[in-house]
Design a protein around this ligand. Structure first.
Ligand code: G1P
Length: 296
C-alpha cells in the first residue's frame, strides 16, 4: 500500500462571504487568533505525515505564497534578540515542500482539484479545504489515513449537521455503518434541498482519494451552481471503486463565513496561552451584561 505523502489545498475561491475583507486579502489568510487558517491546515498535514503540498491559488492570493516563504531578515532579527517563541512560530511549517499552481479559469472545486493531476501522479492523496479546520486529538487527515490503511480505499470526512443545513454541504446516503463512524455509502449529493437530503451526514473539507478521480473529473459535467463539483465526481468514483465516509472524531470550524470565523476565534482564543485568561473573564462579564439587558 502506498504511503500518503501528498495533499492539495484548493484556495482559489473569491471569498465573497467575507467581503469587503477579502477584496485584497485571501480568506485563507484570515487569522485564528494569530495564525492564518491555511497555516493551521498545513500544520494538520504535517502532523499527519504529509510532506508535499500543492496550494491552488488564483489572482489576489500572492500573500499566501509569501506566507510560506522563509523570511531570513525577520528570522535573523528574532534569533539575535533571542525571541525563541516567535522564531518557532514563524518556522512552524519549515521542512514541508509547498508548491503553488494557479487555477486560470475558476470553475468550481472539481475544476480546481483537476489542476493537481500531474502533482499527484499515481499516488492516493488528500484534499484539504482552506476554510475548514478541525480540532481533534488525532488530526482529521490522520484519521482518514488510518481508514485508508485499514481498507485501501478512498475515504472522506463527514459530520452530523442540523437537517436544515444540508443545503450548505455535500451529503452522503449511507447504506450501513461498517464499524463505529465508518460508513458504506450509496451516493454523494452536492447541496441537496433539506427535503431531499438523504441523511444529516455532511461532507467536511477533508478527502482521501485514489488518483483515478482525475479521469472522472475530466468527464464530469457542471452540476450544482453550474460548476464542476467534486462531490459529483466522487459519486461516480464510488460506482466502480469504494468511497467510504468517516465521521470526524473532534470538532470542526468553518472559518469561511463571518459567524463561523468569530466562533472559531473565541474558541481557539479560550485555549491560547497568551489571551485565554483575559478572554474568559471578558466573556463572563459580557454574558452577565447581556443577561441583564435581556431581563430589562
Ligand atoms: C464545499 C463542497 C461541499 C462540502 C463543503 C465543506 O462546498 O462542495 O460538498 O460539504 O465544501 O465545507 P463550499 O463550502 O465550498 O460551498
Amino acid at each position: 500500500m502506498k504511503k500518503i505523502r501528498k495533499a492539495i489545498i484548493p484556495a482559489a475561491g473569491l471569498g465573497t462571504r467575507f467581503l469587503p475583507e477579502t477584496k485584497a486579502v485571501p480568506k485563507e489568510m484570515l487569522p485564528v487568533v494569530d495564525t492564518p487558517t491555511i497555516q493551521l491546515i498545513v500544520e494538520e498535514a504535517k502532523a499527519s505525515g504529509i510532506t508535499d503540498i500543492l496550494i491552488i491559488i488564483g489572482r489576489n492570493k500572492r500573500n499566501i505564497e509569501d506566507h510560506f516563504d522563509s523570511n531570513p531578515e525577520l528570522e535573523a532579527n528574532l534569533a539575535r534578540k533571542h525571541k525563541d517563541k516567535m522564531l518557532k512560530a514563524v518556522q512552524e511549517t519549515n521542512g514541508m515542500n509547498i508548491y503553488f499552481i494557479r487555477q486560470n479559469h475558476p470553475d468550481g472545486l472539481g475544476d480546481a482539484v483537476s489542476t493537481a493531476k500531474s502533482f499527484v501522479g499515481d499516488e492516493p492523496f488528500v484534499i484539504m479545504l482552506g476554510d475548514d479546520i478541525a480540532k481533534a486529538d488525532e488530526p482529521l487527515t490522520k484519521q482518514l489515513i488510518n481508514c485508508y490503511e485499514a481498507t485501501g480505499e478512498s475515504t472522506l470526512a463527514v459530520m452530523r449537521v442540523p437537517h436544515e443545513d444540508t443545503a450548505k454541504y455535500g451529503v452522503i446516503a449511507p447504506t450501513k455503518e461498517i464499524k463505529p463512524g465508518l460508513y458504506d455509502v450509496d451516493s454523494f449529493v452536492e447541496k441537496p434541498d433539506p427535503k431531499d437530503a438523504p441523511s444529516d451526514l455532511a461532507i467536511i473539507g477533508r478527502y482521501l482519494l485514489t488518483p483515478n478521480i482525475f479521469d472522472i473529473l475530466a468527464d464530469t459535467k457542471p452540476g450544482k451552481g453550474g460548476e464542476i463539483q467534486l462531490t459529483d465526481a466522487i459519486d461516480t468514483l464510488n460506482k466502480t471503486h469504494k468511497v467510504y465516509a468517516h465521521e470526524l472524531v473532534g470538532s470542526r470550524y468553518d472559518t469561511g463565513n463571518k459567524f463561523g470565523w468569530l466562533k472559531t476565534n473565541i474558541e481557539y482564543g479560550l485555549e491560547h496561552p497568551e489571551v485565554k485568561a483575559d478572554l474568559r473573564e471578558y466573556i463572563k462579564q459580557l454574558g452577565q451584561k447581556l443577561t441583564e439587558e435581556d431581563q430589562k
